[in-house]
Ligand binder design. Structure first.
Ligand code: GLN
Ligand code: ZN
Length: 781
């Protein structure tokens, strides 16, 4: 390498780290605290230990720009609400420092009644006491944040000194950290308010930020990292003006403190000039998603500003090809000079699992292609050394990295020619049902002769402690396959008999054999791997362990046909085949970075299509393909929505279209707003769609009405996120609201979602009432 050996060493940052701990220590401590098993002092002590360990690990891995205040007891957005005193009146806060009790009341409700369904998607229901703040997805990640709420007459006051306390705590331990704050504009943008323009709150908010920045400077901080990921979104004029105002004000009021403005989750694109001209000392760029943006922005930056280059993927689990990254970095370095460069992951490492070394059961090749948070830190420090004239010192690391990349590129575990050929041979026809919906509907009506307002459920029945115990025993080996199957058959048999008994029209087998709607399929498909400990925080103490999609996907053998056949043998009524759709499987996994997501999705679609046609061959007359996560995959920029929806819907159609007109395809979606994707839902062309609507008083159906959606719809009449049993009249009222919007032929009756998180004690009366509501509707018709 031509670089002289005298170059200064290049700073290496993480931007933020997983806070949950390598053994999910924070989860354990939080849950023990909430259940009264440990006291606040013990919780606080565990948290301090986790932070100390985290700082030590970063230092040991060669990270030189170590963050503080990236820890949180629950969520960094909630921390920010608390820091600035944006605490709704309902929590009874009277000013002054916010107690942990108030903090957790905002996070979980004052009775801790926040409820989650699978994949950590959170829903709260309103019990007694104050409900939790609303929770929603953090950009396009699977992390959820607590939505800030601003009153019309909102005022702000410094109400938590957490950033300063944690800076000081690190300093005492010998670390000069770069504290992280969520930026004021992103904070306001992510909040909700009756105010027409949340940005009008900025002048009232800034003094609190200035106070915090001033205190950090007084404590000795020389840099702070301020996260403004809103800079990768479509921004309106008020938001742009707010960014200019905020950072000018900071430059004026806290001139000595250097700000690293962190942008991530995408490219700045049309916001590049705006961002580059903000009076800050440095800017962080996501060069994984915004691969080519560095070159464009360099020209816009002041000559002395620092560039933080986010070259290691903070959103995914793959090891980098370091020599390749170096090749990208070298011209940038030449252009701006090493003294202006920092290296970093594309975004905080919060979104990747902690430590690959803990995985002892992964295939050795696959393991050699992966990097979790600690391994990514090492990668960054290796890059840093290589760029600081120490390429020799790290030559073995670079060679190993290149070798892993080469092995992945050519491995038969990843590449399967038959799969690639099949995707290449896809024809438009394969994504079309044989006839249009109107014709299919006629054939299906004649075939099924269902009553008006047919009743069904979404698929799963309660995963009781007995079901979980049996699964655990089987996994541990204390019961064998024969015993486990006997248990599952008995559960299924009982569920089917009970559905017949209460008079449901279309039955389900109950999904007792499934651990999780994605994992169950991932485990049976080639191309997926599962980890032992690769947890990532979804929200609060809740963690998920997404499958790793590493190779071309194929289906070695039928996955659900046996269970379906058994279930159908127990009844004459239609038994729905039950599958998870390709888009949902994709969106809830760590995916490949060597081929486009659309390509992986089509591969999964073909595997599901095979399952659909096998079910049809086995005699299934109705098959449901769940696409719960279709909306979640929407890109952050509107301009990219169409391309995504095209391939996502296309994949669903590939999965669904291998069957005859007389076979009825159902789909299901939850946690959705439908307005902005209604065209796509129409284009999916499922014969029947069930959706979550009960809490919206059927208003979600308006989108379907405006669109003149012709196919059949089951709007949920029963909120499955609450243990409350709705009575008959409540459901009839919802159905009458639905009936105003849809024709009699269109309307199905079902709960909002699967019932796996509920107990039988609630499910039994609720479904009995639901069937009674259907009879009531028929009587009125
Ligand atoms: N069929 C799945 C179930 O009933 C669907 C779950 C979901 O939509 N999240 O559990
Ligand atoms: Zn659902």
């Amino acid at each position: 390498m031509s670089n002289s050996s005298s170059v200064a060493s290049i700073p290496v940052a993480t931007l933020g780290t997983p806070r949950i701990g390598p053994h999910r220590e924070l989860k354990t401590a939080l849950e023990s605290f909430w259940s009264g098993k440990i006291d606040e002092a013990a919780l606080v002590k565990t948290a301090a230990q986790l932070r100390a360990d985290n700082w030590a690990r970063q230092k040991a891995r060669g990270v030189t720009v170590i963050p503080s205040n990236d820890f949180s007891f629950y969520d960094q957005v909630l921390d920010t609400s608390v820091m600035v005193g944006a605490i709704p009146a309902i929590y009874g806060w009277k000013g002054g420092p916010v107690s942990l009790a108030t903090y957790f009341a905002m996070a979980r409700g004052s009775q801790g009644d926040g409820e989650a369904c699978e994949h950590g998607h959170a829903h709260q229901h309103h019990g007694h006491g104050a409900p939790a703040q609303e929770m929603t997805k953090w950009f396009d990640t699977n992390y959820h944040y607590m939505v800030p709420e601003f009153a019309k007459d909102q005022t702000f006051a410094l109400s938590s000194t957490k950033p300063i306390d944690e800076y000081r705590e690190a300093k005492v331990l010998g670390y000069q950290t770069r504290p992280v704050l969520l930026g004021p504009v992103t904070f306001l943008k992510l909040g909700k308010s009756e105010l027409p323009d949340r940005m009008s709150l900025l002048p009232k908010l800034l003094p609190v930020y200035i106070d915090v920045l001033g205190r950090l400077a007084a404590e000795g901080a020389d840099w702070v990292q301020i996260d403004e990921p809103c800079l990768v979104l479509d921004l309106d004029a008020a938001e742009k003006a707010a960014l200019r105002a905020a950072y000018s004000e900071f430059a004026l009021k806290v001139p000595g403190l250097r700000i690293m403005l962190a942008t991530y989750f995408g490219a700045l694109d049309d916001n590049a000039a705006l961002a580059a001209r903000l009076p800050v000392a440095g800017i962080h760029l996501d060069l994984v998603r915004g691969r080519a943006q560095a070159e464009a922005i360099i020209h816009l930056l002041p000559a002395d500003s620092v560039l933080s280059l986010g070259v290691i993927d903070g959103r995914n689990v793959w090891r980098s090809d370091l020599p390749n990254v170096l090749e990208r970095l070298e011209p940038i370095l030449k252009q701006v000079g090493a003294h202006r460069i920092q290296l970093a992951p594309s975004c905080s490492l919060l979104h990747v699992p902690v430590d690959l070394d803990r995985e002892t059961k992964l295939d050795a090749d696959l393991k050699s292609w992966l990097a979790f948070s600690l391994q990514k830190m090492t990668e960054l420090s290796t890059l840093g050394k290589a760029l600081s004239g120490q390429r020799d010192v790290v030559k073995d690391e670079l060679a190993a990295s290149a070798a892993a990349a080469a092995s992945r590129q050519s491995s038969p575990k990843v590449h399967n020619k038959a799969v690639a050929d099949r995707v290449a041979a896809l024809t438009a026809d394969m994504a079309n049902r044989r006839s249009a919906f109107a014709a299919r509907a006629q054939v299906q009506r004649d075939r099924f002769k269902l009553p008006a307002f047919p009743t069904t459920t979404i698929g799963s029945f309660p995963q009781t402690s007995e079901v979980r115990k049996a699964r655990a025993a089987f996994t541990k080996g204390t019961i064998n396959q024969v015993e486990y199957d006997r248990f599952l058959r008995e559960e299924t048999r009982r569920a089917v008999a009970w559905q017949e008994e209460i008079g449901l029209d279309v039955l389900v087998h109950g999904e007792f054999e499934r651990n999780d709607m994605v994992q169950y399929f991932g485990e049976q498909l080639s191309g997926f791997a599962f980890t032992q400990h690769a947890w990532v925080q979804s929200y609060g103490s809740r963690c998920v362990r997404p499958p790793i999609l590493f190779g071309d996907v194929s289906r070695p053998k039928p996955m659900t046909v046996e269970w379906w056949t058994y279930a159908q043998s127990l009844t004459k009524r239609p038994m729905k085949g039950m599958l998870t759709g390709p888009v949902t499987i994709l969106n809830w996994s760590f995916v490949r970075d060597d081929i486009p997501r659309s390509e992986s999705c089509r591969q999964i679609a073909l595997a599901i299509r095979d399952e659909v046609t096998d079910l049809e061959k086995a005699g299934a007359t109705m098959i449901q393909i769940d696409e719960a996560a279709l909306r979640e995959g929407l890109p952050l920029r509107r301009s990219e929505w169409k391309a995504y929806l095209d391939w996502a819907v296309g994949s669903f159609r590939i999965a669904a279209s291998g069957v005859a007109d007389r076979t009825q395809i159902h789909t299901h979606m939850c946690y959705s707003e439908f307005n902005d994707i209604i065209d796509a839902i129409g284009a999916m062309d499922a014969d029947v769609i069930s959706i979550e609507t009960s809490r919206s008083k059927m208003e979600l159906l308006d989108a379907f009405v405006t669109y003149r959606y012709p196919n059949e719809i089951g709007p949920g009449v029963y909120d499955i996120h609450s243990p409350r049993v709705p009575d008959v009249s409540e459901m009839t009222e919802l159905l009458l609201l639905a009936r105003k919007r849809l024709t009699e032929d269109q309307l199905w009756i079902n709960p909002d979602c699967g019932l796996k998180t509920r107990g039988w004690a609630e499910v039994r009366p609720a479904l009995v009432n639901m069937v009674a509501a259907a009879r009531e509707m028929r009587a009125r018709a």
